[in-house]
Design a protein around this ligand. Structure first.
Ligand code: PGA
Length: 249
């Protein structure tokens, strides 16, 4: 059985003090959870404080983004090396909000993944189609292109793929467990073309309005290996309930 991977993506939320408060209340709620990889991705400004607060716990730290260069004249950017230095083990790359608001295309996403991998960071690679693309019957073409371009010349190790249909992010609309399983099986198939047998051990996690109410059914799919949670990860009780999902059979 593959270990589930559940990550909180806080986006542009929480000050340093709010981060510390969350972690202080969250650690005891999940301290007995040993069979799931637990990850929190706070904003850059909270990474250092979060890293200190998480020390000795079963929760790892992720950054929400990194640049593709190691250092230099790139005002406002943060390099993979810097987030490693701040205590991160993972980084989210290719989130749809980065693609939408910061014009990150598949080529940029690929450069960022390669640079982050060189530092040993685990990659949480986000893909997913928009409502428009889905309605035009292009969802699978878009997902295929995002994977093939995003993962060009990228090895399969230390890689988690997050399927986040854009129409489900922050909208309260969730894919049904069948829709999620279909998409995940399709993704696994494409990963199989790239990586052969190794594709079987890549975690494919679901994101988009995951809540305590729908997580049990979403996690039921054979190829659904965890969740990337935005809004519902901002409160410790809610995120702890998601972590303690009861897979429906
Ligand atoms: P959401 O965000 O859970 O608020 O829909 C998920 C994500 O964008 O990672």
């Amino acid at each position: 059985m593959m270990r589930y991977f559940i990550a909180a993506n806080w986006k542009m939320n929480k000050t340093v003090n709010e981060t510390k408060d969350f972690i202080e209340s969250f650690i005891p709620m999940v301290k007995d959870v040993t069979d799931i990889d637990l990850v929190i991705a706070p904003p850059f400004t909270s990474l250092d404080a979060a890293s200190r607060a998480l020390k000795g716990s079963n929760i790892e730290l992720a950054a929400q983004n990194t640049f593709w260069e190691e250092k230099g004249a790139y005002t406002g950017e943060i390099s993979p090396l810097m987030v490693v230095d701040a205590g991160c083990r993972h980084v989210i790359i290719g989130h749809s909000e980065r693609r939408q608001y910061f014009s990150e295309d598949d080529v940029i996403v690929n450069r960022k993944i390669k640079a982050a991998k060189r530092t040993g960071l685990g990659i949480i690679f986000c893909i997913g189609e928009s409502l428009e693309e889905r309605e035009a019957g292009k969802a699978f073409d878009v997902i295929k292109r995002q994977i093939e371009m995003g993962l060009a010349e990228v090895s399969a190790d230390n890689l988690v793929v997050a399927y986040e249909p854009i129409w489900a992010i922050g909208t309260g609309k969730t894919a049904t467990s069948d829709q999620a399983q279909w998409a995940h099986a399709f993704i696994r198939n494409i990963l199989g073309n790239l990586y052969g047998n190794k594709a079987e051990s890549i975690r494919i996690i679901y994101g988009g309005s995951v809540t305590p109410d729908n997580v049990d059914s979403l996690m039921a799919g054979r190829d659904v290996n965890g969740a990337l949670v935005g809004g519902a990860s901002l409160k410790s009780e809610s995120f702890a309930r998601i972590v303690r999902f009861k897979k429906e059979t």
